[in-house]
Write a protein that binds this ligand. Structure first.
Ligand code: SF4
Length: 219
């Protein structure tokens, strides 16, 4: 997976490639932006696109430049296709937002660390929000979380945007940080054990039934 993602995604012109270096939770630094700008100029990359996954795609790279681009970037691959966690999207939460009730960026980091080595049966997206306004879009992600100061985290599963749009079903409520991380890990293990090949969570959840999943996970 990592190797194919590193080779780049063939574009409409059937000649050039796009790559998506990993940027976690949409957080960048001045150094990172300077590096991307420098590589973009050096290899004459025509399109730099901020993606819906809060990453930066470099589009229109000549195939002979791909290895050099990765070398100069010195960044990890961000998954844009295939069976993997594609991204964890997070709103600013209490770090930045005046309405924040919980530390969504902090939880995103903890979940990312906890699930990074788990096998994943299909494309999976996670959205995390620091309050019920849910700017992290979790309700239309495979796994969504939002936080309330008084009661903790709510987890929804099986949401999706796009042509098969679906609101997620509530898996659990009133979880503290540790319990929320643990719930996501246990859910992904259960999902791996019971999913059909490449079955997205928005199909898996209605097929198995939210009440059956809750029972299996002890919620
Ligand atoms: S979900 Fe809440 S905390 Fe997060 S950005 Fe939106 S208003 Fe702020």
């Amino acid at each position: 997976m990592a190797d194919s993602a590193r080779e780049g995604i063939v574009q409409n012109d059937q000649k050039t490639l796009a790559i998506v270096p990993e940027i976690k939770f949409g957080l960048v630094t001045a150094e990172l932006l300077e590096k991307i700008a420098s590589v973009t100029r050096k290899y004459d990359i025509p399109i730099v696109k901020i993606t819906s996954a809060q990453r930066i795609a470099l589009v229109g790279i000549k195939p002979e430049d791909i290895d050099h681009v990765w070398q100069d970037l010195g960044m990890e691959v961000g998954y844009a296709v295939g069976e993997a966690i594609h991204y964890i999207q997070s709103c600013p939460g209490t770090e930045v937002c005046r309405l924040g009730q919980k530390d969504s960026l902090g939880l995103a980091g903890r979940i990312d660390e906890a699930i990074k080595d788990l096998p994943i049966p299909a494309k999976t997206k996670i959205g995390i929000s620091g309050c019920p306004l849910s700017c992290g879009e979790g309700i239309i992600r495979d796994i969504g979380l939002f936080g309330k100061k008084a009661t903790g985290w709510t987890i929804s599963i099986g949401g999706n945007s796009g042509i098969n749009a679906r609101f997620g079903d509530t898996l659990a409520t009133e979880l503290d940080d540790d319990a929320a991380v643990d719930a996501v890990v246990r859910l992904l293990k259960y999902y791996k054990e019971n999913a059909k090949p490449k079955e997205r969570l928005y199909r898996f959840v209605p097929r198995i039934g939210i009440e059956n999943i809750k029972e299996a996970l002890g919620f």
